[in-house]
Design a protein around this ligand. Structure first.
Ligand code: IPE
Ligand code: IPE
Ligand code: MG
Length: 254
C-alpha cells in the first residue's frame, strides 16, 4: 500500500517558508572543468564529485534538511562521448553498491527518479533493492535524479494520470497532475543550488521549481565544501519569499 502525502502546492496555496530549507535540489555541475584545470581526464572530476555528495549529505543532516535531491545524469547527458557515459553509469552502480548500507545505518531513505528503461538490468535491480531496503528511513530523503528530465517527468505524469483516470482527460487539476510526478513524495524544493557557474535549469525539476529560491555559484562541484554550502544557506535565508504577495503584506508593521 502506498501512502500518498499531499504537499502544499506553491501555486494553489501559500506554502511555509522555513528558515532551514526542507528540500534542497542541486545541479552538481563543473566536474569536468575541475579535472581539466588539473590536467586530469574529465572522469576524475566525476570521481571527486562523489566525495562532495557524501559531504553534502552530512551537511544536510546536520542542518536538519529533510529532502536532498541531486541531479546526477540528465536525459540529455547521453549526448556525451560513449566512454564518459559508461564511466558515469559504472560510477553510479559502484557508489550505490558501496554506500547503500551506510545510508541505511544513517536512517537515510534513498530514492532514484528518472527513466530507468535505458539502464542495465543489474543497475535497475540495485536501485530497486536500495530503495526497498531504505524505504522506511526518516532522517533524510536523498533523491538521485538519473536519466531524469523535467519534460519527461511532466509527460510521464500526464500519461499515468490518464491511464488511471481516463475520465479526467480535458479536466484534470494541478493537484491531479502533481500527484503523478516522480517526486510526489516530497515537498517542492525551497532552495535550488547550481554549482559550476552556468545559470540555467538544464531540464531539471521544471514543474517543482515554480517558486524555489535559485542560487548559482561559480564554485565547481568537487570544490563545494561546507563554507560554500553555508554561503548558499545564508543567501537563502536573506530572501523574502513572497509567493506573489507584496512585501508590505508580509511585514504589515514595518
Ligand atoms: C556535472 O559535471 C556532472 C554531470 C553532468 C554528470 P560536468 O561533467 O557537466 O562538468 P563540466 O560542466 O563539463 O565542467
Ligand atoms: C546538468 O549539467 C546535468 C547534471 C548535472 C546531471 P550539464 O553540464 O549536463 O548541463 P548543460 O549541458 O551545461 O546545460
Ligand atoms: Mg556541465
Amino acid at each position: 500500500m502506498t501512502i500518498l502525502t499531499i504537499f502544499a502546492s506553491s501555486t494553489q496555496e501559500i506554502p511555509e517558508a522555513p528558515a532551514v530549507p526542507r528540500h534542497i535540489a542541486v545541479i552538481m555541475d563543473g566536474n569536468g572543468r575541475w579535472a581539466r584545470k588539473r590536467l586530469m581526464p574529465r572522469v576524475m572530476g566525476h570521481q571527486r564529485g562523489v566525495e562532495t555528495v557524501r559531504n553534502m549529505v552530512r551537511y544536510c543532516i546536520e542542518l536538519g534538511v529533510e529532502y536532498l535531491t541531486l541531479f546526477a545524469f540528465s536525459s540529455e547527458n547521453w549526448r556525451r562521448p560513449v566512454d564518459e557515459v559508461s564511466f558515469l553509469m559504472k560510477l553510479f552502480a559502484e557508489a550505490l553498491k558501496r554506500e547503500v548500507v551506510k545510508l541505511h545505518e544513517n536512517d537515510i531513505r534513498l530514492m532514484v527518479v528518472g527513466d530507468r528503461s535505458r539502464f542495465d538490468a543489474s543497475l535497475i535491480q540495485a536501485i530497486d533493492a536500495a530503495e526497498k531496503l531504505t524505504a522506511h528511513n526518516r532522517k533524510l530523503t536523498l533523491t538521485i535524479a538519473a536519466n531524469y528530465g523535467g519534460r519527461w517527468d511532466i509527460l510521464q505524469a500526464v500519461r499515468r494520470l490518464l491511464e488511471v483516470h481516463p475520465e479526467k482527460a480535458g479536466n484534470f487539476t494541478e493537484q491531479d497532475l502533481a500527484s503523478h510526478l516522480s517526486m510526489a513524495y516530497a515537498p517542492e524544493p525551497d532552495l535550488f543550488i547550481r554549482t559550476g557557474g552556468e545559470q540555467r535549469i538544464s531540464n531539471f525539476l521544471l514543474w517543482q521549481l515554480a517558486y524555489t529560491e535559485l542560487y548559482f555559484t561559480d564554485t565547481l562541484w568537487p570544490d563545494f565544501d561546507r563554507r560554500a554550502f553555508n554561503r548558499a544557506i545564508e543567501s537563502y535565508q536573506r530572501r523574502e519569499r513572497r509567493f506573489g504577495r507584496t512585501s508590505e503584506q508580509l511585514n504589515p508593521h514595518v
